[in-house]
Design a protein around this ligand. Sequence first.
Ligand SMILES: Nc1ncnc2c1ncn2[C@@H]1O[C@H](COP(=O)(O)OP(=O)(O)O)[C@@H](O)[C@H]1O
Ligand SMILES: [Mg+2]
Length: 280
Amino acid sequence: MGFELESAGLTHGNGFRALQRVSLRVGRGERVAVIGPSGAGKTSLIRLLGTALRPTEGRLDVLGANPWRLSAGALRRLRARIGTIHQSPPIPPRLRVVTAIHAGRLGRWPAWKGLLSLLYPVDVAGAHAALARFDLADRLFERCDRLSGGQLQRVGIARVLYQQPDLILADEPVSALDPALADAALGELVAESARSGASLFASLHAVDLALKWFPRIIGLRGGEVVFDLPTARLTDSMLHELYAAEGAMLPVQARDAAAGATTDPEADAKVIRLDTSRGR
Ligand SMILES: Nc1ncnc2c1ncn2[C@@H]1O[C@H](COP(=O)(O)OP(=O)(O)O)[C@@H](O)[C@H]1O
Ligand SMILES: [Mg+2]
């Protein structure tokens, strides 16, 4: 199993209720996208699943265990099996790219190897291969603070693939990439999940990318699941309803791909109509 939430809720320290009554079951190897307007609770949900935050209500099961009932050692081993791609990767700036990639396996390597990897690149070939999938092979020995935001985001994705986790959590993993790179990077994530059997759960800002790459889509708004459907069963009105508070516009990547952003809501609707008709 990937993970399961049953009537889960999350109230932040300041009393804000970011998630409520969330029930979800994602199987092993399943690929699911979560979409919804800014503030819907996507990041909170991903942090809950990554065990960075503890649910304040309901039940959470990740890779077959309730993380909050595990011993410290067992929780550490569980976390080593979860790979999280953050929107802005938490990579110390002076680190070299090769070391940042190796950090993906720190939770799995014995302590001696982890320590050694900080001083000396222990698996240059493996790190090189992971970076090559994102057109970054020539940056292997570059310092992370010399990379652009988009390059850093791809290093964050490559690091998680290098980790070989059983569950990949991705929080808007391609938000800093141009449309062609975003599409290619998502393709790599999907291919990795298909190859390794890891479950993939990704929040995405661009609705068209979610429709293209994921067979199941969850709509989140105000901390609640408003739909959870096979992509082929999603309708335009469900999508427009989800983003109703943001006006007529659906956030799509294809719009940014055109020369200059269009302000014609009809154009966006056409993009979505084309994509939702796929597979029906
Ligand atoms: N640490 C926090 N403390 C208090 N409120 C938070 C915290 N993190 C997020 N929130 C609030 O929870 C809601 C959901 O946020 P978030 O999960 O970041 O949504 P999304 O990723 O969909 O934009 C927002 O209203 C946000 O202001
Ligand atoms: Mg977010």
